[in-house]
Design a protein. Structure first.
Ligand code: UTP
Length: 445
């Protein structure tokens, strides 16, 4: 793309100001700006402007929402689901799908969050625990479990480097597929693109819902199809307790012929900041905590439990064909009003102290209402969910490491091994995935 082509394109989308400082740019900056403009999609700009015109959408009426029926598997039912999931994994029909494109701004870590050192003893990164669980299940069931890792443009290279430097954590590189989510431009209140510098448009990742477009664009969906994948286990990078490719969950999904299954856990308090799936007529929708009324948060069932008890920590199983169908559709766009440093029309650097512009994002759970069949499965938060979100306090590295160790102690105890609280403990999931390994690998003395 040359300058006049760029100008024509920008004029056609009402964004000609992007070239306002062209004359001041050196050759390298000009080249980079033209490359950036050539990657812009007129439809994306139109979509963002439309979302902006619609406004930060009035809070939807959630008063008719009904709590979903959530299965708690025990005894024979649990065994049946595990057997169905094991069969699915052994047949090579299961893939793991990780979204790791976030910016991790709350944690304040300068790099991909997956590279963050979380192992309480070895300092192993978050990616280690995810990959080693995939390896463990792959060995146990004698099947390949391809691992699809979504990154952002900004963290793709560092993510791949982390895998390479660590020998792919023991996985076959042929089974690890990196792909990059899209970037969307930020806009001011009037729908004009913002310049990060005189030669660069401000862009930000298009949210974890950017997953669908990225899966399609990158060929990951086609790769899944070629490999005969049927069930796709979706998870987030910041939770090292997640039971990646959990047979019980996959089995429950398959037995229900579900298109979109969600693992849910009981809220710790009525106002916990988690999404809440609700049924509206025949369809389900994820209601964000900000959309819930005080009455809804506090409502009790006859048994004294919270009526809206189960929240979603974003652990899902998708039917691959459902993802394919959804990737061909437009997703809703959400607005986030943020402080965006930029260059103003006069070329001055502006560092706002108040929100001044919009970032645009898509959320993966927006495809929930489109699923023809949905299943909900309860799990115990202490065993499977302890995310690293904040630098300190709740959901921080400190709470996560403590939860990891407590979980490992329970796994060992399940195999008859007691480890004192004072002992610093870390377990490689590829060595001991669960209590069964403790017994089978002869740790029981
Ligand atoms: P969060 O919403 O917790 O965002 O992401 P974050 O970027 O990790 O952290 P903050 O909010 O900036 O502090 C939940 C999951 O979705 C992924 C993240 O990597 C994480 O696994 N994600 C988020 C993406 O893959 N892309 C995005 O654009 C946003």
């Amino acid at each position: 793309m040359n300058c006049s082509q760029a100008k024509k394109f920008l004029d056609s989308c009402g964004q000609s100001h992007v070239l306002a400082f062209w004359k001041e740019l050196g050759p390298a900056e000009r080249k980079a700006l033209l490359a950036q403009i050539s990657r812009l999609d007129a439809r994306d700009i139109a979509t963002c402007r439309k979302a902006l015109a619609a406004g930060a959408a009035s809070v939807p009426d959630t008063s008719k929402g009904v709590a979903p029926r959530v299965a708690v598997l025990k005894g024979a039912k649990l065994k049946e689901a595990v057997a169905a999931g094991e069969k699915e994994i052994a047949a090579g029909r299961v893939a793991a799908l990780l979204v790791a494109g976030g910016q991790g701004s709350r944690l304040g870590y300068n790099g991909p969050k997956g590279c963050y050192s979380i192992g309480p003893v070895t300092g192993a990164p978050l990616f280690f625990f995810h990959a080693r669980k995939i390896l463990a299940r792959s060995i146990r069931y004698g099947a390949r479990i391809p691992f699809y890792v979504m990154t952002s443009e900004a963290n793709r290279a560092a993510t791949e480097e982390c895998f390479r430097d660590n020998g792919y954590f023991g996985l076959d590189p042929e089974d690890v597929f990196f792909f990059t989510q899209g970037m969307w431009p930020g806009m001011d209140r009037n729908g004009s693109l913002l310049l990060e510098s005189k030669g660069k448009i401000f862009m930000s990742p298009d949210g974890h819902g950017g997953l669908l477009a990225a899966l399609k664009r990158s060929g990951a969906l086609a790769d899944m199809k070629k490999r005969g994948i049927k069930s796709v286990f979706f998870f987030q990078v910041d939770n090292p307790l997640v039971e990646v490719a959990d047979p019980a969950f996959i089995g429950y999904h398959v037995m229900n012929r579900s298109e979109y299954s969600l693992k849910l856990c009981a809220k710790r308090d009525p106002y916990e900041k988690v999404g809440m799936p609700m049924r509206f007529g025949e369809k389900y929708r994820m209601v964000e905590y900000t959309e819930m009324t005080k009455d809804q948060c506090e409502r009790k069932s006859a048994n004294g439990e919270l009526y809206f008890l189960y929240g979603s920590p974003a652990i899902h199983v998708f039917d691959r064909a459902f993802l394919e169908r959804e990737a061909a559709r437009e997703m809703p766009v959400h607005l986030a009003f943020k402080k965006i440093a930029h260059i103003d029309a006069k070329g001055r650097a502006v560092k706002p102290s108040e929100p001044n512009g919009y970032k645009f994002e898509k959320f993966i759970f927006d495809i929930l209402p489109n699923a023809k069949r949905v299943a909900f499965l309860a799990f115990d938060q202490k065993d499977e969910f302890s995310p690293v979100k904040n630098a300190e306090g709740n959901d921080s590295p400190a709470t996560c490491r403590a939860d990891m160790q407590a979980r490992w102690r329970r796994i060992l105890a399940g195999g008859g091994v007691t480890v004192e609280e004072s002992v610093a403990l870390e377990i490689d999931p590829a060595m001991i995935l669960d209590s069964r390994d403790v017994v089978e690998r002869g740790l029981l003395v």
